[in-house]
Design a protein around this ligand. Structure first.
Ligand code: HEM
Length: 175
């Protein structure tokens, strides 16, 4: 609830009554951007990216990779590596507001020549729609005693959240 209030305050302070954010507003909404980035870190939608086949002998970090090897990048594990991330299991968007955030270790869209070509579109959609929802609604558990949605997910190419219910309560601009 506290983070939602901070995000709503940022959205209304920066954009006023003009409407939902646009992709070009990223620089004005650092907390929204950090929240999306932290979501992609903790629950990368494609946790094992896509398999790649080595076309020649090579190495990664000193480990030999013979030609023909199938490589499966474990993005989920990389995003929760305690050698890189402080409190890796916690949802802490503010980690990406710090200038020394290990952003190079964040790979939700893969990296290199075959990284996701949809990254720009996906990021723009996340930014506009999450910003729009959080500007207009407060998200709450469906009923007293029911907890927040679980952060687990079923395996597969795409990480799917367990079914969940939420209440979206329309809210006024912050005072
Ligand atoms: C949050 C949304 C998305 C995430 C997290 C995501 C993530 C990824 C990842 C990790 C890969 C594998 C990269 C690699 O092999 O190293 C990939 C590949 C790919 N993605 Fe996405 N993606 C997203 C949205 C999209 C969208 C919106 C499109 C198209 C409009 C798209 C099209 C593709 C295509 C075509 C590939 C295969 C690229 C290739 O093998 O050269 N993705 N994506």
């Amino acid at each position: 609830p506290q983070l939602q209030a901070q995000l709503r305050e940022e959205l209304w302070r920066e954009l006023g009554p003009t409407g939902p954010p646009e992709p070009g507003d990223v620089g004005r909404l650092p907390l929204l951007h950090a929240t999306i980035t932290e979501t992609l870190r903790l629950c990368p939608p494609a946790p094992l990216a896509l398999p790649h086949c080595a076309l020649r002998h090579t190495s990664i970090g000193g480990i030999p990779v013979p030609v023909g090897s199938i490589l499966v990048p474990n993005l989920l594990a990389a995003h929760r590596d305690p050698d890189t991330w402080d409190h890796p299991e916690d949802f802490l968007p503010e980690r990406f507001l710090a200038p020394d955030a290990p952003s190079r270790a964040l790979l939700p869209f893969g990296c290199g020549a075959r990284s996701c070509p949809g990254e720009g579109l996906a990021r723009a959609e996340l930014f506009v729609f999450l910003g729009w929802i959080l500007r207009e609604f407060r998200l709450e558990p469906p009923a007293a005693g029911e907890g927040a949605p679980g952060l687990g997910g079923s395996g597969g190419t795409v990480l799917r959240p367990p079914p969940f219910r939420l209440r979206l309560l329309p809210c006024l601009p912050p005072a």
